[in-house]
Design a protein around this ligand. Structure first.
Ligand code: R1P
Ligand code: URA
Length: 284
């Protein structure tokens, strides 16, 4: 068969599970909550009616069960878009590739992916401990430069590209094309914003401990370009979802307001609020 994948391309474990996620097709639901922190997985699944699957490898922890009678999965991605490359390709392989024969399935299955994360705001008026849904996202990491066929433009992206002041970085732009279908999850969020995804937490997000960042005005310039907040995964989740035919949305809890120098007074309570807020709206 022309589309049969070699052993080196789609790598499987001895039990037939996908290499990094350590999962079999029956281990995941169609609705998947993605969190960065592996410790957040059990904090989410404790709300499930029951948990049927608990598997992990490296930073990828997965629990699958039911919530109000509906099947649901929660999985940790760890930090960064390079992990999202693995998560998205292996999740897609679980539903769209016949793992035994290593052939593409003829019928496509679409997953619904909900990133439930944390972020910092670059807009002084975007307050900590509130939910922010990402409408547009700009990727300032390099991941999507390695994939073919990805071009996207809208008003936000045209303005961003025209005025972006750092010529050595080539931003990639994406958007959520189903956010409004989501009803309450979209409507009830306090903020709907433009997110920037960075390949680091310190200088890439303008933080300066003992090392200087390239530009002291970094946060202000991003905000002037229409960016509301930043974190480290959404650009890859949105872009690879569009290419692979899945639906993805990010809801981030704002835990830092960088322009005011504020951090959530109790980020554990804030995380609990995020989990309950998202679960109430993902499954009614
Ligand atoms: C950095 O502290 C991490 O927190 C944010 C960033 O995207 C990065 O992964 O998200 P999570 O809270 O989901 O991990
Ligand atoms: N996550 C980030 O990546 N940055 C922040 O400032 C807060 C959470």
């Amino acid at each position: 068969m022309l589309n049969k994948l070699a052993a080196s391309e789609l790598v499987l474990n001895e039990d037939g599970s996908v290499y990094h996620l350590n999962l079999l097709p029956e281990d995941i639901a169609e609705k998947i909550i993605l969190v960065g922190d592996p410790d957040r997985v059990a904090k989410v699944s404790k709300y499930f009616d029951k948990v049927e699957v608990k598997k992990n490898k490296r930073e990828f922890y997965t629990h699958t069960g039911t919530l109000r009678g509906e099947r649901i999965t929660v999985m940790s991605t760890g930090i960064g878009t390079e992990n999202i490359d693995i998560v998205m390709n292996e999740l897609d392989a679980l539903v769209n590739i016949d793992l035994k024969n290593k052939e593409f399935k003829t019928e496509h299955s679409a997953l619904q992916l909900f990133r439930m994360g944390t972020c910092g705001s670059v807009n002084p008026d975007v307050q900590v401990d509130n939910m922010l849904v990402t409408q547009n996202v700009v990727g300032l990491d390099g991941l999507m430069h390695f994939y073919q066929d990805y071009e996207f433009e809208n008003e936000f992206s045209r303005n961003f590209m025209e005025k972006f002041p750092y010529p050595k970085i080539k931003p990639m732009l994406y958007f959520a094309d189903w956010a409004e279908e989501l009803g309450e999850l979209y409507k009830d969020a306090k903020y709907h914003g433009n997110t920037a995804t960075f390949p680091g937490f310190y200088a890439p997000q303008g933080r300066q401990l003992r090392l200087k960042a390239v530009d002291d005005q970094f946060l202000e310039k991003l905000n002037d370009l229409g960016v509301t907040n930043f974190e480290m995964e959404t650009s890859a989740i949105y872009a690879l979802s569009r290419l692979l035919g899945h639906k993805a949305i990010t809801v981030n809890n704002v835990i830092a307001n960088r322009r005011r120098g504020e951090f959530s007074a109790d980020h554990h309570a804030s995380e609990k609020n995020l989990i309950e807020w998202v679960l109430e709206r993902v499954i009614k």
